[in-house]
Design a protein around this ligand. Structure first.
Ligand code: ARG
Length: 465
């Protein structure tokens, strides 16, 4: 064994670790993200040990004072991280020994890095989840504000990206509010599964010391201790679930930004994006590129990648802990940062979106988006829907031929196709009429959209508590 090898497990080794192995094995570059949680977990563990009489009271006081000093060093950015100490856990433990001497070695009584790392990870992740939930409230508030500000603006609704039926812009925006609301729910639903304490599971089998796992769980704000020590140290389903929820959220954000990209392109011209969230081209002076939206769409790839990565790391691992699992953190940390970033950018961009109602209305009116309404009108006059569909189809063909809208056709021309058509038909073709006729629950009629807005406002107020 080499004299300057500081690692806690070196006792049984005679030859030093290969330098390449040391670098390969180390995870401190990544898991130092959990530094504060590591200290927090150690403080709780120490308190519990003292309460159980496993440590003397004054020993615990000294250990905790040492840990708190270390925490302050970390927060101030003054902590010296060493790769040769492998991971965050041994870095903190070594620093404690340097501060308080051999007593520091008592901290690791009745504990293993296996239960320690799982504890740190869960403490850290539950904070990220709560932050994500708060950001989802903010993003939805921004969408609801925008929807309310532009209530009454009519745009084409699409299927197959072909103009289908006119809808309110607010209705379209509120669809994303629903999606993001479910995303928040998913994160919220996952919390009780994350908020479980592995601490005291030891390396895998528990410990013979008379520890109190309920107590350390309680001190750390966990709902309960994990029921099976093998499971506690060896599953990462809580992290996978987080990545799955993040993937669904990213997918929703990607779709939203895809629409912003389409709508802001000159071909659509439905909205202008703010200068603050777009960029120029280094060669084409006229360009205003939706880079932020494109990047958010693109970031979805790395989040799905993190999910696939961790699922793949975990598949086929025998119980309990395996070193493979050290690969569990990078993707989750990266995902949490990415999610925070893209939600913040989305929420700050939304209020600056400037709709162009005339362009939207023109597009909605130009492509026979009111054809269904004429058919429905004929149905109200007693025709079977299939027959009405056929008649209107013929009228659309005539209109296309004449380069006119349906409502611009000559009534006598229309009546040659079906005598059931009268002035009333021309009225139901008006865009606003069309939109406001969709009065079914959740439909696009203004009154329905207003009801949606009111329901969501109440939910948002509750979330703000
Ligand atoms: N750095 C390790 C990890 O992230 C901590 C647990 C190490 N345990 C062990 N038995 N080598 O997974």
């Amino acid at each position: 064994m080499s004299k300057d090898d500081l690692r806690m497990w070196r006792g049984r080794f005679q030859a030093p670790t290969d330098e390449r192995v040391q670098a390969f094995n180390a995870s401190v570059d990544i898991d130092r993200e959990f530094a504060l949680e590591d200290v927090e977990g150690s403080v709780a563990h120490t308190r519990m040990l003292a309460e159980q009489g496993i440590l003397e009271r004054d020993e615990a006081v000294k250990i905790i004072a040492g840990l708190e000093a270390i925490r302050d060093e970390i927060t101030a950015g003054r902590f010296e991280w060493r790769e040769d100490l492998e991971d965050v856990h041994m870095n903190v433990e070594y620093a404690l020994g340097k501060r308080i001497g051999p007593l520091g070695g008592k901290l690791h009584t009745a504990r293993s890095r296996n239960d320690q790392v799982a504890t740190d990870f869960r403490l850290w992740l539950r904070k990220r989840i709560v932050e994500t939930m708060d950001s989802l409230t903010l993003a939805r508030e921004a969408l609801v504000d925008l929807a309310e500000r532009h209530l009454g603006v009519i745009m084409p609704g699409y299927t197959h990206l072909q103009i289908a039926q006119p809808v309110l812009l607010s209705h379209h925006l509120m669809a994303y509010v629903e999606m993001l609301g479910r995303d928040r729910e998913r994160f919220s639903d996952s919390l009780p599964r994350v908020n479980v304490s592995p601490l005291g599971a030891g390396a895998l089998a528990g410990t013979g010391f008379a520890i109190d796992r309920e107590r350390s769980a309680e001190l750390l704000g966990f709902d309960r201790p994990a029921a099976n020590s093998l499971d506690a140290v060896s599953d990462r389903d809580f992290a996978i679930e987080y990545l799955a929820n993040a993937s669904i959220l990213a997918m929703h954000l990607s779709r939203f930004h895809e629409e912003l990209i389409l709508w802001s392109s000159p071909a659509f011209g439905f909205i202008s994006l703010p200068d603050s969230h777009t960029t120029g081209s280094s060669i084409m002076p006229q360009k205003k590129n939706p880079d932020v939206s494109e990047l958010i769409r693109g970031k979805t790839g790395r989040i799905y990648g993190a999910l696939m990565g961790l699922l793949t790391v975990m598949k086929g691992l025998p119980l309990a802990y395996n070193k493979d699992m050290q690969e569990d953190k990078g993707g989750v940390i990266d995902t949490a940062r990415t999610i925070a970033n893209i939600l913040d950018l989305t929420a700050t961009m939304i209020p600056l979106i400037e709709p162009h109602p005339e362009r939207m209305a023109a597009a909605a009116a130009a492509a026979y988006g009111n054809a269904t309404d004429l058919a429905d009108y004929l149905v109200s006059k007693g025709l079977p829907f299939r027959e009405a569909h056929h008649i209107v189809g013929r009228l659309v063909a005539i209109a296309i031929d004449q380069g006119r809208r349906l409502e611009e056709l000559d009534l006598t021309d229309m009546r040659t196709v079906s005598e059931r058509i009268d002035e009333g038909a021309l009225e139901v073709l008006q865009l606003e009429r069309v939109v406001n006729s969709r009065t079914s629950y959740g439909g696009t009629a203004r009154a329905q959209v207003e009801a949606q807005l009111a329901r969501v406002r109440a939910t948002l107020a509750e979330e703000r508590g």
